[in-house]
Design a protein around this ligand. Structure first.
Ligand code: NI
Length: 185
């Protein structure tokens, strides 16, 4: 069990497609799952794909904390979920924009369009099938992580790079906006 370094944009592991896992129950996948869980916890993120630790396999890990859940249908908190060989089926063509960050682009965030509702399928570590319908942040995090398996980082999905910026600067801007509303001049 190890906390592994997370590679950043520019590393070749993040720009090439990853390979399907041949046997989800293989001991090496159990080890990978442990390493991903520890690495994600140490990094303080909510999602991690195997290529982010330079392992070119189709494995993602994510969870949805209560405070990220919206009140739209099919959204809800999700326990830490390891998905092996995931597949995504969009359930409607509506795209919704939302802010995303990525552990491989530390400090940055941007507005990214994603399918509003999806169905996803994959295998768990025991080789059992997982199938869920997702909306809201749940749908967003799964689409973001699965993009990593195809070598796609979120800026490539943005309609415009104008909103790409540093999260700390946006936080400061939002605080200033709130203050400006409270005390107009
Ligand atoms: Ni990411």
């Amino acid at each position: 069990m190890s906390i592994l370094p997370i590679v950043r944009a520019g590393h070749p592991a993040l720009s090439s497609p990853s390979k399907p896992v041949a046997d989800a129950t293989d001991a090496a996948i159990a080890q990978l799952a442990q390493d991903m869980a520890e690495t994600l916890q140490a990094a303080g993120g909510v999602g991690l794909a195997a290529p982010q630790i330079a392992v070119p396999l189709r494995v993602v890990l994510f969870y949805v904390p209560e405070h990220r859940v919206s009140d739209i249908a099919d959204d809800g908190p999700q326990p830490p979920t390891l998905l092996i060989n995931p597949e995504i089926e969009p359930l409607d063509q509506e795209m919704v924009e939302g802010w995303e960050g990525c552990l491989s682009l530390p400090g940055l965030c941007g507005l990214v369009p994603r399918h509003a509702r999806i169905r996803y399928r994959g295998l768990d570590r025991a080789g059992n099938r997982i199938e869920r319908v997702a909306a809201g942040f749940h749908a967003r995090v799964v689409q973001h992580e699965c993009d990593h398996l195809d070598g796609v980082l979120y800026p490539a999905r943005m309609r415009s790079l104008a909103s790409l910026g540093y999260a700390e600067e946006y936080s400061a801007a939002r605080a200033a906006a709130a203050a400006a509303q409270k005390e107009p001049v």
